[in-house]
Design a protein around this ligand. Sequence first.
Ligand SMILES: *Cc1c(COP(=O)(O)O)cnc(C)c1O
Length: 392
Amino acid sequence: MIKQLDDKYVLPTYARQNINFVEGKNATLKDDKGDEYIDFTSGIAVVSVGHSNDRLNRAISDQIAKMIHISNLYQIEPQAKCAERLVTLSGYDMKCFFGNSGAEANEGAIKIARKYGEVDGEPKRYKIITLEHSFHGRTITTVKATGQESMHNYFGPFPDGFVYAQNIEQIESLIDEHTVAVMIELVQGEGGVQPLDRQKVKVLADMLKKKGVLLIVDEVQTGVYRTGEFLASNLYDIEPDIITLAKGLGGGVPIGVVMTSKKDVLKAGDHGSTFGGNYLSTTAGNTVLDILSELKDSGELDHTFIYFEEQLNKFYETNKRLFLDSVGFGLMRGLRVKDADTLSLIISSCSKEGVMVLKAGKNTLRFLPALTISKKEIDEGFKRLNKAVKDL
Ligand SMILES: *Cc1c(COP(=O)(O)O)cnc(C)c1O
């Protein structure tokens, strides 16, 4: 029934699986047939505090009983508090702008960089260097910022000024007098769970500071404790000029943020968002930050990371015939599968066994579970994974 409606009325932009989930608790989901699934995806790194988190539900319910939205023309208490929290947790001297998604956060980052390059003396600078295999979003500009040729079919003409580096070492040679910024993910997510080398990133960050080229770090996927620290930028020990966040921050409520140390570039009227930072989304953001920062401070989050890594590596070692490598940090993990066909088989078999996993890049089996996932759920998930690959 739902599939018929979907087929008839929803544009077919996704290769959807025909599963209809009806409810969830933490990292366990139930479909309309009553079958249970272990969720190693958390809605692509979004449901960071698990499904139907009681504390998040209560905070949202209390807020929406009062008001959901007023507009950015008035003071918004949870938005101001969320900005303070983000700046404090990041450890960087920055200010925030709130939108609704990762792509929108990256649009904001690109606008800040472009305006900075426009007003910061002659010659005017506008070029932004990004990496091959990156992913920065689906709007016309962020799709152009994305270093994947296959995503540049059909939608042109695109905005000018995006330059792609094959790897981090090549960036310096691509900088010219018109380059204003470099935009990177520290662990490429959609591109296949590709962590950049820490030392090379430090060298890059130093070189950019010396040249006055801005460093934008797209933390839409890596941010909010996904890789173990509050930001991957903290883990890599660098000081970006602009950072973007989205996925995990709202626990499922749409939210996107661009934070920058260039606090005076955007003036009133330069940028905006009708929904951005409203009572609903920033209340969710504040509660997610409370829950996760407490988990981190108590040491529990690190225990979960270690336990998940142990189980993942056990699974990897016992199934080496299928895999080439185990990659990633924290709860952003991947197993390189020996070929893309085997990966497809694994994913469909996992679905039958009741464990949800993701594909990334060409041949990476990706894991992005809720940061609140329990040991029991991790054990059950890997039990099902083992079953799923048994005959492959
Ligand atoms: C998901 C993602 C985006 C896009 O976020 P949307 O909310 O889908 O617009 C951008 N950058 C990275 C690194 C992502 O993982």
